[in-house]
Every structure is written in C-alpha cells, then in structure tokens.
Design a protein around this ligand. Structure first.
Ligand code: SF4
Ligand code: SF4
Length: 97
C-alpha cells in the first residue's frame, strides 16, 4: 500500500491532484463566483434538512424557526439544494434579479 497523502511531499502527488486541506472551503469567500443564488419559499418548507445535507459547500445553516438559510458568502450557486429539495420550495434566481 502507498503512503497516505499527508505523508507525501507535494511532488509525489499524481498530476492534477488538488493540494488543499479538507474542510477549508469556509476560509475562502467563494460566493463571488456565483451567477445564480438559491431562494426559498419558506411557507412550503417542511424542515426536513435535505438541503443542508446535500450542500457541498456547507453553505446552508439551520435558522431559528427550523427552516434553513443560505450563507451567500460561500454558496457557489450549484443548484443542488434546489434539485434535491422534496417540496420544490428552493428555486435558483439570477444574481441580478
Ligand atoms: S446552490 Fe449549491 S452551494 Fe449554494 S446553497 Fe445550494 S447546494 Fe449549497
Ligand atoms: S430540502 Fe426543502 S423542504 Fe427540506 S428543509 Fe430544505 S428547503 Fe425545506
């Protein structure tokens, strides 16, 4: 078996390997990359938490009322939350809307 990644020097990584630490996305303001942003019709939200679970950026957080809010500093606008929401209450809107 080969070495673990954290035991390897950078020049031993495979070509194309991304050099970063896991879980560090929150350190970068990635929201500026986005062309669309998610918006929720909270009257239809059943508070299931699926959007929170599927967001690859960890950009969805629990709100005080049990629904979920978006951290637009880190949301990249991928639309996964809107695709996976059971009730269809999340829609993606253009940034300039
Ligand atoms: S659009 Fe993508 S990055 Fe933004 S909150 Fe939804 S799943 Fe997360
Ligand atoms: S997936 Fe949809 S219904 Fe479920 S908590 Fe998120 S916004 Fe609400």
């Amino acid at each position: 078996m080969g070495k673990n990644f954290d035991e390897m020097a950078w020049h031993e990584y495979e070509l194309g390997f991304m050099v970063t630490r896991p879980g560090c996305a929150a350190e970068y303001r990635t929201g500026d990359w986005r062309s669309q942003r998610p918006e929720t019709d909270k009257s239809k939200c059943i508070k299931c938490g699926v959007c929170y679970l599927v967001c690859p950026e960890g950009a969805i957080g629990l709100a005080a009322d049990g629904t979920y809010d978006f951290d637009l500093e880190h949301c990249k606008g991928c639309g996964i939350c809107a695709t996976e929401c059971w009730t269809g209450c999340i829609r993606m809107i253009e940034e300039d809307e």
